[in-house]
Design a protein around this ligand. Structure first.
Ligand code: ADP
Ligand code: MG
Length: 639
């Protein structure tokens, strides 16, 4: 029985694009199909470990055949095969996250009118429609009947029962499009072309990719000796790939190019990785690993459906993708695989998590990644800065989420924006540049760099040329709090109440001012009851009239961040504020000049609201603020 079905909408969009866009790299279709065949064999082999009665062990292969007359390429594998339901789920629907990313990129490309990025995209099975006018897939699972899937890449596909003369596996027949202008689809029928593409993209595939090739052999005389100058063609079965998994080769023999291609095909990415780490460790625990830091932030990295973890192989046999316990949460952006003889081969996936070997190897992998990052930071500043821009928050999260336990490992990977330079700075460099008498590492935090740089609390620091770290990411402040200090120098918020830096003269001057104005200050404290705990004179300010500091406990910035997060809040999540006044500013003079106790209490809110505004916060009652400020002007002017 033949059924006609529609592709789901998203699939159709991709199909459309595949067919209609101008792709620079149509040839990647072969890589995609071969990698699917290899995955299918991996799956079969895994089943024959766990369910040997249903899945007898066999020799696995992938075979390519080209038929110039029919203009077809056929790719056959004896892997897991698909049931009818599998066909619908896997080929009729986009289950693949990479394809969804493709659509996301497409939306972006449409907006920017820049289609170049899409041309580099591999979107799995559908890429076949770049070169095919029709595709037929015959597929059979070992414990079920065979089906034929057929589609010309338009809105629908058909599925029907069929015969297949193998026990299991998949055979894909590609009917090549007609040649047109520069597009020579016929090239893909040439043996040399296929050989080249296999070498280029699929050499590491662990199963033989075979093809019958015709080789020229010398004619032999009746004694079996070659006759000079006389040749004939013979058909020979040739394995096109070297079959050594890339991670089993000695790292020195692996070219960066190969790692890049491997990464792109295994992880469905369209960009080269930023960093590839090739690890071979011999010792109590031996393992090989290929670890990659993507060249761009995966579009779903922050979402729940991001699949985190490394692929696990044992003795070259694939066991599981996205194995979480091999990589700590804060390195979730790392992609890769680990192969170890110490991983037990025939255990269930649940058991795998419990082995002590796993934990040891996981620790080792983490250490390796950190040390490679440190190396990059030292040797390639530009690359490291790019890394940190993309994934730096995860490193900070690593420090914060482990309550500072990983501080020693991670602190030298950190970079922060800072006041005295445009490029982010490491803590090491910040400390190196500190003046002899500076004891603490200053930071200022807020919503974004512009707002932080405008903080009144920075005015005196700017005047004196003192550098300050500018913490503009939500995680930043929590990270430095978890660290407490770096190189025995404590982190110090410029917005915290005591400056610690007050010179003797400053202190004397402020103490005297305070004594002289005690009554006014008390009135202001009274007027700001519930909002601030204290009102003091400040040495931090140069141009601004006021600022708000916080006492021990959380800062205003931390309070803002916590309040933005969903969930219940408690009292400890509120900062306790101190209003600091610039005694040289006219606003202070105007308020103090009011003289009348009640009026000073009433006008205290102007000082508070101005500080809020200056620090980038909203104020509660804007109309009252404006009314009082205007009244103050009038009063001052009429004096
Ligand atoms: P991906 O390989 O990333 O999952 P593809 O679009 O390449 O995405 O393939 C979609 C799905 O179709 C695969 O996940 C697999 O389940 C199924 N599939 C494709 N080719 C084969 C094959 N040769 N044998 C068995 N299943 C296959
Ligand atoms: Mg695939």
């Amino acid at each position: 029985m033949k059924e006609e079905k529609s592709f789901e909408t998203e699939s159709r969009q991709i199909l459309d694009l595949m067919i209609n866009s101008i792709y620079s790299e149509k040839e990647i279709f072969l890589r995609e199909l071969l990698s699917n065949a290899s995955d299918a064999i991996d799956k079969y082999r895994y089943c024959s470990l766990t369910k040997p009665e249903t899945y007898p062990t066999k020799e696995h292969f992938i075979r390519i055949a080209a038929d110039k007359k029919k203009r077809t390429i056929t790719i056959t594998d004896n892997g897991i095969g698909m049931s009818k339901e599998d066909i619908e789920n896997n080929l009729g629907t986009i289950a693949r996250s990479g394809s969804k990313e493709f659509l996301a990129q497409l939306e972006k490309a449409k907006k920017d009118q820049d289609y170049s990025i899409i041309g580099q995209f591999g979107v799995g099975f559908y890429s076949v429609f770049m070169v095919a006018s029709k595709v037929e897939v015959i597929t059979k699972p070992i414990d079920g009947p065979a089906h034929l899937f057929s589609s010309n890449g338009e809105a629908t596909y058909t599925i029907e029962d069929c015969d297949y003369d193998a026990d299991n596996g998949t055979q894909i027949t590609i009917y090549l499009k007609k040649d047109e202008g520069d597009l020579h689809f016929s090239d893909y029928l040439e043996t040399y072309k296929i050989e080249n593409l296999v070498k280029k993209y699929s050499d590491y595939i662990r199963y033989p990719i075979k093809m019958e090739v015709s080789v020229s052999k010398p004619d032999l005389d009746k004694d079996g000796k070659p006759i000079e100058g006389k040749y004939h063609d013979e058909i020979e079965d040739k394995t096109l790939n070297s079959m050594v998994p890339l991670w089993k080769k000695a790292p020195k023999d692996v070219k960066e190019e190969e790692l890049n291609e491997f990464y792109k095909s295994k992880f469905g990415d369209f960009e080269n990785p930023l960093l590839s780490i090739n690890v071979h460790t011999e010792g109590i625990y031996s393992y090989q690993a290929l670890l990659f830091i993507p060249g761009h932030v995966p579009y779903n990295l922050y979402s729940e459906n991001y699949e985190q973890g490394l692929s696990v192989y044992s003795r070259g046999v694939f066991i599981q993708d996205y194995y979480k316990d091999l990589i700590p949460n804060y390195l979730r952006f790392v992609k890769g695989l680990v192969d170890s003889d110490d991983f037990p081969l025939n255990v269930s996936r649940e058991m795998l998590q419990k082995t002590p070997e796993m934990a040891k190897i996981a620790k080792n992998v983490e250490t390796k990644i950190i040390s490679e990052l440190k190396k990059t930071k030292k040797n390639d500043e530009e690359k490291y800065n790019k890394f940190f821009e993309m994934f730096g928050e995860f490193i900070k999260y690593g420090i914060y989420s482990t309550y500072g336990m990983k501080k020693d490992d991670l602190q030298d990977l950190l970079l922060f924006h800072h006041l005295n330079g445009d490029k982010p700075i490491s803590l090491e460099d910040y400390v190196k540049n500190m003046a002899k008498d500076q004891k603490e590492i200053y930071f200022a935090s807020g919503k974004n760099l512009d707002e932080i740089k405008a903080l009144p609390q920075l005015e005196a620091k700017k005047k004196d040329g003192v550098d300050v770290l500018l913490l503009d990411k939500n995680i930043d402040e929590f990270c430095v709090m978890a660290m407490h200090d770096y190189d025995k120098k404590e982190f110090k918020d410029v917005s915290s109440e005591s400056d610690g830096e007050l010179s003797k003269e400053d202190k004397e001057r402020l103490d005297k001012l305070e004594a002289d104005n005690r009554r006014t200050l008390d009135n202001l404290i009274e007027g700001l009851k519930g909002k601030v705990d204290n009102v003091i004179f400040s040495a931090k300010l140069v141009d601004s009239p006021v600022c708000l500091s916080t006492k021990e406990g959380i800062s205003m910035n931390a309070e803002r961040i916590i309040n933005e997060e969903p969930g219940e809040k408690n009292e400890e999540m509120k900062s306790s504020k101190v209003l600091e006044i610039n005694p040289d500013h006219d606003l202070w003079k105007a308020v103090a000049g009011l003289g009348d106790d009640e009026q000073i209490k009433d006008y205290a809110s102007i000082l508070y609201d101005e500080a809020m505004l200056l620090q980038g916060y909203d104020i509660e009652d804007k109309a009252t603020f404006v009314r009082k400020l205007n009244a103050l002007f009038v009063k001052a002017a009429s004096k």
